[in-house]
Design a protein around this ligand. Structure first.
Ligand code: SF4
Length: 81
């Protein structure tokens, strides 16, 4: 799943997005609420908050390698690493 803001896009591997434990963790760690957990436990990317991303990398640290990608659209699509 991928959602695009103006400056930031977030892409989450579909299997990871279906994992309720990971969805909960991501919704807890992101300081600007880019991740939320749906009623069925799966992950939602909150589109209206995407451009608030502060590039803190907490979502990357909280997820398996490669499951979450934060893409800097303002920087020719460079991926936050
Ligand atoms: S880098 Fe930080 S602010 Fe940006 S989506 Fe991940 S946790 Fe949220």
């Amino acid at each position: 799943m991928r959602k695009d803001g103006i400056f930031i896009a977030v892409e989450v591997d579909d299997r990871a997005a279906a994992d309720p434990a990971l969805a909960r963790k991501l919704s807890e760690v992101c300081p600007v609420d880019i991740y939320a957990q749906r009623d069925d436990g799966t992950l939602e990317i909150v589109e209206r908050n995407l451009d608030e991303c502060v590039l803190c990398r907490l979502c990357l640290d909280a997820s398996p390698d490669g499951a979450v990608r934060v893409i800097k659209l303002y920087d020719s699509g460079a991926v936050l690493a």
